[in-house]
Design a protein. Structure first.
Length: 267
């Protein structure tokens, strides 16, 4: 299937590593131009150089920005639009990872931890959409994909559940407002994804629980219908489709890309 993404101008936040980088690579494979956005300029530059090794330099922009800072986000948007004349796709993937073996109990959960989570993932996504959606509206088409997570459908992490449910709510609101202008907005819920961060997570949980890393991996795999973790590339394949005009009929809704969420029925 031709995803009709050749020449599309895409912005991917959290693009210097992990899922964001995999999504950027997938968009490039479909012929899109990609602006990578992340806070760490050095890591961002290295990621962009890695992508350019398989693409022309004109297809990849590295734009350092902090999504918790509205001024930084607006400057990023201006840089992309100045370089390419507009934007067709926004993938919001910048979020704070958590490697804690278990979320803190209520008594230990601080306002600062929750606010930092919310500021980066929810308000950060809002800031990027607010800065880039007007350009999509003017051209009468665009796609926004917000990366959330299965914590939206699970208890166990107060902060994680709050931020991910909020991203889903933000998505639905944006879809209703932007839909009449030809802009679709979806939210993707990955589960635990196999990335370069996974070994540390597994090691932390093994140490905290007195288990081997093999036992921890088996426990994590058992939570999915596939009985294994999905890869960043597998999630990216779905996200890239949702970024394409082929997915025009999908908007406002959540798509789970987690290898199956065992024991739950969503309808």
């Amino acid at each position: 299937m031709d995803l009709q993404l050749k020449g599309a101008r895409a912005v991917v936040t959290g693009g210097s590593r992990g899922l964001g980088l995999a999504i950027a690579r997938g968009l490039l494979a479909e012929g899109a131009r990609v602006a990578l956005v992340a806070r760490d300029a050095r890591r961002l530059g290295a990621a962009a150089d890695g992508l350019r090794s398989g693409a022309t330099a004109a297809e990849v922009l590295a734009v350092p920005a902090d999504t918790t800072d509205d001024s930084s986000v607006r400057t990023m948007a201006e840089q992309v639009v100045t370089a390419w004349g507009g934007v067709d796709v926004l993938v919001n993937a910048a979020a704070q990872p958590s490697f804690a073996s278990a979320p803190p109990p209520l008594a230990d959960l601080t306002d600062g931890e929750v606010l930092a989570d919310f500021d980066t993932k929810v308000l950060g996504y809002l800031r990027c959409a607010r800065a880039l959606a007007p350009h999509m509206i003017r051209q009468g088409q665009g796609r926004i994909v917000n990366i959330s997570g299965l914590n939206a459908r699970r208890t166990g992490s107060v902060s994680g559940t709050i931020r991910n449910v909020a991203v889903a709510a933000l998505t639905a609101n944006l879809a209703d407002e932007l839909g009449p202008h030809g802009v679709g907005v979806t939210v993707v819920h990955p589960g635990l994804v196999e990335t370069e961060r996974t070994p540390r997570l597994v090691a932390d949980r093994a140490a905290a629980g007195g288990l081997t890393e093999e036992q921890v991996r088996a426990q994590l795999a058992a939570t999915t219908s596939l009985r294994r973790l999905v890869t960043a590339e597998e999630v990216a394949d779905v996200v890239v489709f949702l970024c394409s005009p082929r997915a025009a009929a999908v908007t406002g809704d959540a798509v789970s890309v987690a290898g199956g969420n065992r024991g739950a029925v969503h309808y």
